[in-house]
Structures are given as structure tokens and as C-alpha cells.
Design a protein around this ligand. Structure first.
Ligand SMILES: [Cu+2]
Length: 244
């Protein structure tokens, strides 16, 4: 009797979890995927699923605890025999229903990971060299900035990264992305800044004494402001070269 109760419970809750996972709508139809939104969405989906499953488990558990409680100190339980077919059915079916939800979430995660690894074609490319304890950015026109990456709003940005000394990890919490940088290898991350604003960049790989001071910012500028700044930096560089 007890076994029947518990397996019936997993059947119901996994069904609910799976249905719940289908409910929130997905917003990946755009040309350039918004990964930050995608990761938030997946997180929300997982939270909804485990909450529904958890609440159903708790409610039915309490119900059975009351319904099948011992009514006198010397009461003995009884067990109804179960056929092999129903025992296997009550075990295997709920497992697959849970798996369906897990696989659905895993597939969503996989889809997001593909977006996270596939750089959009029109991305603005910046080189970054990390070092104890700084982020050094180099732009296509040769301009350099330190601990501040300036980018135009409305254009996807890809950062090609390496390191002068040890492992660092370029983490931009607002864009939900993080990637290691290391000597001798070029790694990359891309993100899609859509509105002007500032976002923290911080090192997410312990890299020595001043690791916690290794932070900077991404400054997302209105496109015309960025273009003016970028052009100006380029011209200053050309003048410097001409003077030498
Ligand atoms: Cu670091």
C-alpha cells in the first residue's frame, strides 16, 4: 500500500513538472539571440519546475503521513501483494516522466550553450589580454583601454582573450557570461549590449593576492558617441605614430 502511494505521487508530480516546463514561452526567434535573457529564462523554468514538484511531494507526503499513521502502539502494517507488471510500471513510468522534464531542460541548456558559443557575424571584435591584475583591451584600430571596455549599444561584441601570466576569468554578471583567459590560448566570449549603461567586469578565477581587486567595467555608449570616441582614439594614435 505504502509503495503504491509513493509511486503514484512521483507520477503526478513529474507530469506536473513536465507540463509546467512547457508553459513559459521562449524568445529565441530573433536573429541575434539574447543569451542573458535566455539564461534567466532557463533559471526561471528550473525554479518553477522544482517548486511545483516539491510542493506536490510535500502535500502528498503529509497526506499519507496522516492517512496511514499508526493508530495504536501495537498496530502492525499490512502489505498487499503487487504483480511484477504493476511494480515495474509504477517504477519505470514515473522515472521516464521525470526524465522527460530533465531532458527538456537539458535541451534548452544545450540550445543556449550553442548561442553562447556561436558569435554573430557582425560582431565588433576586441582583443583582451588579462594580467595580474588588469584587463587590457585592444580595439581593431589599435586603440587601447585598461579595465574599461567601451562598446556601442546595439552591436554584438566578441572579446578574444588571452593572458600574460596566469589563469583569469572574464566575468560580466549582467550579461550572464564568463570565460577563462589563459597564456598560450585564445578563448572568446560574446555579448549583446542593447542599451547604453555600465556593467561590472570582474575576475572569476582566483589569480593571486589582488584577485578581488581585479575588476573593471563595460561602458555601453550610444552608437554615435562611441563612433566619435573611437575615431578620435584612432586619430590620436595616428598622430602619435607620425610624431615618432
Ligand atoms: Cu584574475
Amino acid at each position: 500500500m505504502h509503495k503504491l502511494g509513493m509511486t503514484g505521487l512521483s507520477l503526478t508530480s513529474s507530469l506536473f513538472g513536465f507540463i509546467a516546463s512547457l508553459l513559459p514561452t521562449s524568445g529565441f526567434a530573433k536573429d541575434i539571440p539574447d543569451n542573458a535573457q535566455g539564461f534567466d529564462h532557463l533559471w526561471y523554468e528550473v525554479m518553477v519546475d522544482i517548486t511545483i514538484i516539491g510542493v506536490i511531494f510535500a502535500v502528498i507526503l503529509v497526506y499519507f503521513m496522516i492517512k496511514y499513521r499508526r493508530r495504536s502502539p501495537d498496530q502492525e502494517g499490512s502489505q498487499k501483494p503487487m504483480s511484477a507488471v504493476s511494480a515495474v510500471g509504477w517504477s519505470v513510468i514515473p522515472v521516464f516522466m521525470f526524465l522527460a522534464d530533465d531532458l527538456y531542460l537539458a535541451a534548452s541548456g544545450w540550445e543556449l550553450y550553442n548561442d553562447y558559443r556561436n558569435v554573430p557575424e557582425n560582431a565588433f571584435e576586441v582583443q583582451m589580454e588579462a594580467a595580474m591584475w588588469t584587463w587590457d583591451y585592444t580595439y581593431p584600430n589599435g586603440a587601447k583601454t585598461y579595465n574599461e571596455l567601451r562598446v556601442p549599444a546595439g552591436t554584438p561584441v566578441v572579446i578574444r582573450m588571452t593572458s600574460r601570466d596566469t589563469l583569469h576569468s572574464h566575468y560580466i554578471p549582467d550579461f550572464r557570461i564568463k570565460e577563462d583567459s589563459m597564456p598560450g590560448r585564445v578563448t572568446y566570449i560574446w555579448f549583446y549590449p542593447q542599451e547604453p549603461g555600465e556593467h561590472v567586469v570582474t575576475c572569476a578565477e582566483y589569480c593571486g593576492l589582488l584577485h578581488s581587486k581585479m575588476y573593471g567595467k563595460i561602458t555601453v555608449m550610444p552608437e554615435d558617441e562611441f563612433t566619435a570616441w573611437y575615431k578620435n582614439e584612432g586619430e590620436n594614435l595616428e598622430q602619435a605614430v607620425a610624431l615618432n
